[in-house]
Design a protein around this ligand. Structure first.
Ligand SMILES: [Zn+2]
Length: 439
């Protein structure tokens, strides 16, 4: 696949993946189309034969594996991970409220969202709904309204003259979207709205009884190439669906003679502590089933490397002083290797050397990121996975601006660099000298 085609399929994927559920469904379809067979946690796999497999947990996390041989203790696993979730506004369980003839929805903030950009956007609603049909059967449906149905209007500047002087956003009272104008006798019934929306795409959902939902708001504006020379990608959820897509494409296009694994976890933005988060033992349990013998598994992990891919902060031309002077990642400059003395990133000199050598041979530029010493450093699922598995890990990511905004900005070439570096990693033979970095 060439770069142009890669980028256009990435944009399609981003636009079609408003929630982790949708992202996992789309990646599942992609893996399925490339010969990966789905296996399920509830089934007995026995010992898996060589081949390409994937499995899901909670419909929002996914592991894909390429097994080349059963000599894992000698050849190790090439592993990489990213997260499927992004900061957003999540609709509360009983959200509907009528105020001044307007139906509004109560929302919670999910993750460390930049809130100001959520105002005055054409918002839609998507997520997972569980419902009961007329016969009493329980169904699970991924719902996506796909059209603008909600908005959080700003307060006019005439009513707040200080609006431009750093006004804090109250998460409970300022961020309540309007979804409908109501008549005098109308009730606040969100379940009825959901049932009607279900029926639009599912004729069998007549008289559906909504049991529960996990729905979020998202920006209807589609991702786009931006800049005079189309050198940027602008869109929602670049952190971290960009990496999810690059990892899966890298795996699909890798040399299938090596043992590889990709894990995509939900709930990274809220601390990873959930059944499908990086602390939820999803990866550990799959590894335990792939390699049941403890000693063999430990020997395998000792020969393995884990690449944690999550976006990095590109230097912002209006705020260059937010960066360390010696570490100024730029967009389209290749993946940034992320370092932190406090182990908020898992990179060591070993994993750093490994990745630099790998990228150099593949003709991919790399950069370094380290936080200013007087600013708190973010983190990723890299250190969590490194600590849980005891596997040598590196943190890398595509340099990004406006991280955690409703619309983020990245270089158009960086996702391609990321996918190619992962493809090279997944194709690395066990006797390749690059593994000497871990010896
Ligand atoms: Zn992230």
């Amino acid at each position: 696949m060439d770069q142009l085609r890669f980028t256009s399929t990435l944009l399609d994927f981003l636009g079609a993946s408003p929630t982790p559920f949708h992202a996992v469904r789309n990646l599942r379809n992609l893996l399925d189309a490339h010969g990966f067979a789905e296996i399920r946690e509830q089934d007995d796999w026995g010992l898996l034969p060589p081949g390409r497999f994937f499995l899901r947990r909670n419909d929002s996390s996914l592991i894909a594996v390429g097994l080349a041989d059963s000599l894992l203790a000698e050849t190790g696993l090439r592993m990489a991970g990213a997260h499927t979730d992004s900061p957003c506004l999540k609709i509360k369980p009983a959200p509907a409220q009528i105020n001044h003839s307007l139906l509004q929805l109560g929302v919670e903030t999910y993750g460390g969202a930049l809130l100001a950009p959520w105002f005055d956007r054409d918002l839609s609603i998507a997520g997972r709904v569980l419902w009961q049909d007329q016969e009493g059967a329980v169904r699970t449906t991924l719902l996506d309204f796909k059209r603008p149905v909600a908005v959080i209007p700003s307060l006019a500047i005439h009513l707040n003259r200080e609006a431009n002087d750093q006004k804090p956003v109250n998460k409970q009272t300022d961020l309540v979207p309007i979804i409908m104008q109501t008549g005098p006798d109308q009730e606040a019934d969100f379940a009825a709205i959901l049932a009607a929306e279900l029926l639009r795409e599912h004729p069998e959902a007549r008289q559906a009884k909504i049991l529960d939902h996990e729905l979020v708001l998202y920006d209807c504006q589609q991702p786009a190439l931006l800049g005079v020379n189309k050198e940027f990608i602008s869109g929602g959820r670049l952190d971290n669906l960009l990496s999810c897509f690059a990892l899966i494409r890298g795996l699909i296009e890798a040399d299938s003679r090596q043992n590889c694994l990709v894990v995509l976890n939900d709930h990274e933005e809220v601390g990873s502590m959930s059944t499908c988060g990086a602390q939820g033992r999803f990866l550990q349990s799959v590894l335990e089933r792939l390699i049941p013998d403890v000693s063999t598994r430990q020997r395998c992990l000792h020969k393995s490397l884990f690449i944690s891919a999550d976006n990095a902060h590109a230097v912002h031309p209006n705020f260059p002083d937010r960066h360390d002077k010696g570490h100024l990642p730029r967009m389209n400059g290749g993946p940034a290797i992320k370092y932190n003395a406090g182990q908020r990133y898992a990179t060591s000199s070993r994993s750093g050397a490994f990745f630099r050598l790998l990228a150099e041979r593949a003709g991919i530029p790399v950069q370094e990121f380290v936080m200013r010493s007087d600013l708190a450093c973010g983190s990723t699922l890299g250190p969590i996975t490194a600590a849980e598995l005891g596997v040598t890990t590196i943190d890398i990511g595509a340099p990004t601006l406006a991280m955690h905004s409703i619309r983020e900005l990245a270089g158009a070439t960086d996702p391609w660099y990321l996918a190619r570096s992962l493809q090279a990693f997944f194709s690395t033979a066990a006797d390749d000298p690059v593994w000497q970095c871990l010896a």
